[in-house]
Design a protein around this ligand. Structure first.
Ligand code: SAH
Ligand code: DHB
Ligand code: MG
Length: 221
């Protein structure tokens, strides 16, 4: 099977099942116009995150890595009216595009974008003693995955769902000799999860419009 087939199947999934609405497609268009790299989750994956929020009954979502808020909007739309997403973004330009997309989607009251390196904004957030987060989506700089997992655990509660994007990396995940910092980020995350008895986890390999990759998913006991 080739990438062309994966993309065609993703299109079919999107057309039949995903039912992306205006807010989602407008955000992708605005991202492209603003020159953001198209590294958002795919529509099928965005819908998957949306369903995960609903299935877990999450009310408070933490996202690390906003880009143009495409994934953020998918998750926020799954929340009840009193739900909230806090999303952390390093790049002020990305954050600005994200805020515009969020505003256009009518979700400004439910989503807060915090600008700065997440390794710096996470301790600031924690110092505010927030209510625990019910779901954490980690999708920023991959070498910091273990740092972000530690914060997800600290800011979570028993039952918190943690999702990590881009862990399979064209199969490089199993290349123990790799010196790619992103691959080391995936492997480090797996080591941390494996060593933490509070985390029950698996990972799912994915193919589609974004190539061959995968998510890790864990629940905090
Ligand atoms: N979750 C988004 C995609 C995020 S892309 C979606 O699916 O729509 C990764 C984002 O992480 C980029 O916008 C990048 O600027 C941001 N990022 C990179 N390093 C970061 C850091 N140290 N702290 C916070 N965000 C960071
Ligand atoms: C990249 C980052 C992502 O989060 C992603 O889903 C795809 C690609 C990247 O930095 O290249
Ligand atoms: Mg990603």
């Amino acid at each position: 099977m080739t990438a062309a087939v994966w993309s065609k199947v993703d299109e079919y999934i999107e057309l039949k099942l995903v039912k992306q609405d205006r807010a989602n497609s407008q955000a992708l268009r605005a991202n492209a116009e603003a020159g953001l790299r198209p590294i958002d989750v795919s529509p099928a994956q965005g819908k998957f995150l949306n369903l995960l929020v609903r299935m877990s009954g999450a009310k408070r979502v933490l996202e690390i890595g906003t880009l143009g808020a495409y994934s953020t909007i998918w998750m926020a739309k799954a929340l009840p009216a009193d739900g909230a997403v806090v999303t952390l973004e390093y790049d002020p330009h990305h954050a600005e595009v994200a805020r515009q997309n969020i505003k256009r989607a009518g979700l400004s009251d439910r989503i807060t974008v915090r600008v700065g390196a997440a390794a710096e904004t996470l301790p600031l957030l924690a110092a505010e003693n927030p209510e625990p987060f019910d779901l954490v989506f980690i999708d920023a700089d991959k070498p910091s995955n273990t740092v972000y997992l530690d914060w997800a655990i600290k800011l979570g509660r028993p039952g918190t769902v943690i999702v990590l994007d881009n862990v399979v990396r064209d199969g490089q995940l199993v290349n123990a000799a790799s010196s790619d910092p992103n691959v080391l980020g995936s492997r480090g995350a797996f080591d941390l999860i494996a060593a933490n008895s509070r985390l029950s986890a698996t990972a799912l390999q994915t193919v589609g419009a974004k190539g061959y990759d995968g998510f890790a998913i864990a629940i905090l006991d």
